[in-house]
Design a protein around this ligand. Sequence first.
Ligand SMILES: Cc1cc2nc3c(=O)[nH]c(=O)nc-3n(C[C@H](O)[C@H](O)[C@H](O)COP(=O)(O)O)c2cc1C
Ligand SMILES: Nc1ncnc2c1ncn2[C@@H]1O[C@H](COP(=O)(O)OP(=O)(O)O)[C@@H](O)[C@H]1O
Length: 311
Amino acid sequence: MQVHHSIENFKIGKPTIVTIGTFDGVHVGHKEILKKLTFEANRLSLDSVILTFFPHPRMVLQKDSDIKLINTIDERVAIFSKTNLDHLIIHPFTKEFSNLSAETYVKTILVDSLNVKKIIIGYDHRFGHNRTANIDDLKRFGNKFGFEVEEISAQELDDVAVSSTKIRRALDKGDLETANSYLGYPFMLTGTVVKGKGIGKTINFPTANLQIKENYKLIPKNGVYVVKSLLDGNNTFGLMSIGTNPTVGGTSRTIETYFLNTDKDLYGKQLEIELLTKIRDEETFDSMKSLQQAIKSDEAIARKYIKTHVQ
Ligand SMILES: Cc1cc2nc3c(=O)[nH]c(=O)nc-3n(C[C@H](O)[C@H](O)[C@H](O)COP(=O)(O)O)c2cc1C
Ligand SMILES: Nc1ncnc2c1ncn2[C@@H]1O[C@H](COP(=O)(O)OP(=O)(O)O)[C@@H](O)[C@H]1O
């Protein structure tokens, strides 16, 4: 798959079949659309294209919007890269771009730049300045400019019963089982290991503190999770604590992982950590000893979970 960071970087080759959207999570419902896109691309001998926008329109048009996304843009690109689509275009969403009228957008971007012959799109897709145009307008433009529109009906989307909103809600509740089954892969957090207060080692539970640079990334509910990550090529399980660490007087939210069976120096490393299940909520303990006891019991629960669910 070729990745293009703007429409301008896309050089017209074969005519295309296109789907358009944010695809936050690239979940099992999205995958159905992508499957359809590949099938039709082969049948009609067209190049398949996903057109997506970044930043998310709400991040640009409502500056104070506190929108949280399931994937960072890099994670989304990595997931798309595993599909067999021909092109991914990540077009910068700017105020200027949002001012394009529906017809100008269709003509200049879809027709002139992408040479589109077919569009596969959800029934509720809206586009153009102030999102005024809908699927009927798109079909009208199709007649005018010579492309076909295949609508994915509400019923079809309902049948899958999965949406990015449902996944976000599950993550907000710490329900990783639901989120991961809707995603079709484990929810992940990606970032760099930075220095913390150095308390972890003193209680024999060193924790790699993950710094996530994207402030729009959705962080699941505070609590303790069983996680998995690839450390120097080895699948390594661990316990992740998300929260403000009230026991040690913390105030800001941290994401820390104690990895099982390793004593590696992880500072500065880039980690992708998969969240598998939540064990408990964050608690305020009356002493470091009680915290240490709780983590010991978390570790026992995690080892049991790994044995019964993963191996
Ligand atoms: C499995 C696990 C569970 C944790 N649970 C809690 C908790 O319930 N409450 C809390 O205040 N801190 C909790 N912590 C966070 C510890 O307070 C934290 O790891 C310790 O302060 C070390 O921080 P440092 O890495 O900045 O040195 C937990 C840590 C781990 C690894
Ligand atoms: N099993 C382990 N799990 C997590 N980190 C470990 C482990 N073994 C060694 N480390 C190292 O210890 C560091 C965490 O130690 P800690 O005392 O919690 O300090 P800090 O507060 O700086 O995170 C990690 O960033 C990593 O480099």
